[in-house]
Ligand binder design. Structure first.
Ligand code: BYC
Length: 320
């Protein structure tokens, strides 16, 4: 999986060797430390896209806050959506430690240059989708993020520890909700199954393309950012969730799903055309999501201006 390192002009093989030796010793790389330009670029790409995913991820769930069936469910959902905003905030800060600016990152999101997770281009059609997102989407995210908590870049790894503990609650509330519906009335069971039918494959795909089609994995693995490949994390996610979903009485919408001799659950073929079409915005809700983000950004202009004016005044007062 390892690839030759990209050595940028001004960098030396000795610097790279010393840097990689630090990673091999298990040291964390911190913000002010020397790092290859390509390590910095990869981290900014990945962390900023992760931040965008957290923030865009508030949209499909946020739509259901006013329609939650009980006050308990409403407060849980509000807390979850608020947590996602906090995760975006930690992650934007982690990317800022690498020299990225908030303005540039937001511009890259709003212009469509930067990606966010494919999973959030799918619609939330029923209340059970909210539970299924918690169970499957947060479940997949935890598998990926537990791995990233061990990554070589200190600020990202520490943000992941905090985020994973909050995601664990998100996962539990989603599972609790869906298990309840799966064992509830025939209408509730049908609603839970319908949600699983629509979210299963997108959740399997959100962990990234197969390793053979993953151009970034080589560099990320070499530098201790990704400690497991996309397919390895996907296998962990499937192995945990298939038996639990079946135990809840639900049917995995994959007729080829089976367990092999080593106990792994093996999925059928994945429709990667759908995945790439969703990412490129050719299918799904990409335009709506970015439209909502742009509107929120425009609506918030007065807040940014007020904060700037306050900061300028405070600086002026301090200078007196
Ligand atoms: N969606 O070389 P690859 C959450 C892109 S938020 C869109 O394998 P890499 C939650 C990839 O960026 C969860 N694009 O990439 C929030 C690359 O394109 P670029 C978000 C995807 O980086 C709110 C190209 O495909 N988690 O859980 O090695 C509420 C080739 O892929 C996707 C993170 O962001 C995708 N699904 O591996 C509830 C975790 N997959 O950038 C829940 C941090 C791939 O070269 N990110 N692409 O133009 C990662 O761990 C890695 O970036 C990935 C992809 C495993 C996602």
């Amino acid at each position: 999986m390892t690839q030759p390192t990209t050595i940028h002009p001004g960098e030396t093989p000795e610097q790279h060797a010393a840097f990689e030796a630090r990673i091999a010793r298990g040291e964390k790389i911190e913000a002010g430390d020397w790092m290859p330009a390509e390590y910095r670029r990869q981290l900014i790409r990945m962390i900023s896209q992760h931040a965008h995913s957290e923030v865009v991820g508030m949209l499909p769930e946020g739509e259901w806050i006013s329609r939650a069936p009980t006050l308990k469910r409403k407060t849980i959902l509000m807390a979850k959506v608020q947590d996602e905003a906090g995760h975006g905030q930690y992650l934007y800060h982690a990317a800022e430690t690498l020299g990225a600016t908030r303005e540039d990152m937001l511009q890259a999101l709003l212009s469509g240059k930067a990606k966010y997770s494919s999973i959030f281009n799918y619609p939330t059609r029923s209340w059970a989708d909210v539970g299924m997102i918690g169970w499957l989407v947060d479940g997949a995210a935890i598998k990926n993020q537990t791995m990233l908590a061990g990554c070589s870049y200190g600020p990202y790894s520490r943000a992941m520890v905090r985020i994973c503990s909050e995601e664990t609650f998100h996962h539990k509330q989603g599972k609790e909700m869906i298990v309840g519906y799966a064992q509830g009335t025939p209408e509730q069971r049908a609603m839970a199954q319908d949600a699983l039918n629509r979210w299963w494959w997108p959740a399997v795909m959100m962990l990234g393309p197969h390793d053979s089609d993953s151009p970034n994995t080589g560099a990320l693995s070499r530098w201790g950012i990704k400690l497991k490949s996309n397919d390895e994390v996907r296998q962990e996610f499937i192995n945990e969730h298939v038996p639990e979903l079946m135990e809840a009485g639900l049917t995995i919408p994959d007729p080829d799903m089976h367990q092999d001799a080593s106990g792994n659950w093996i999925h059928g073929s994945i429709d990667w055309n759908e995945f790439w079409a969703i990412i490129k915005g050719e299918r799904g809700l990409n335009k709506e999501r970015l439209g909502a983000k742009q509107a929120a950004h425009d609506d918030g202009a007065w807040v940014r201006e007020a904060l700037q004016a306050y900061a300028d005044r405070a600086r002026g007062v301090a200078a007196d």
